[in-house]
Design a protein around this ligand. Sequence first.
Ligand code: IDP
Ligand code: MG
Length: 140
Amino acid sequence: MATTRTFSIIKPDATRRNITGAVVKMLEEAGLRVVASKRIHMTREQAEGFYAVHRERSFFGELVDFMISGPVVVQVLEGEDAMQRNRDIMGATNPANAAPGTIRKELAESIEANTVHGSDSDENAAIEIAYFFKPEEIVG
Ligand code: IDP
Ligand code: MG
C-alpha cells in the first residue's frame, strides 16, 4: 500500500471547544502524519467554493454558515492509503451512526457540527489540498 496524502479540516465546533489537539491525537494514533497545517477563518466565498459539490443539497446554506462561524484548521495528512485511513478514523457523517473509537463518535456534536472533514477520494484530495495550500507549504 502506497504512502499518499489527503485533506482534512478540523471544523468550527472543535476550535470552539478547544479540542483540536484531541482530534490530531486521534489522527496520529491512526497512523496519519500532519505534513501541513494552518488555522484560518474561511470567507463565505471560500466555503461556498469548497463545498460547491453540495450546493443543491438542502443543508448547503446552513453548512456554509457553520463552516464560517469560527476558525478551522486545514491540514494535509500523509500515511499509507491516507484518504481511506482518514475516513475510517473519522467515522460516519452522523455521529449517531459512527462506530465507537472514531472521531465523530467520540467528539462530534451533531450531523452538521461533526468535528472533521476528510476527502472522499484521492482525486478530490488533490483538488482540496490545492484549494488551501501552495506546494511549498507542505513541509513533511
Ligand atoms: P462527509 O463529511 O462525511 O463526507 P458529506 O455528505 O460530504 O459528509 O457532507 C458534508 C458535510 O455536510 C458533513 O460533514 C456535515 O457537516 C454536513 N451535512 C451532511 N449531511 C447533513 C444533513 O443532513 N444536515 C446537516 N448537515 C449535513
Ligand atoms: Mg464529503
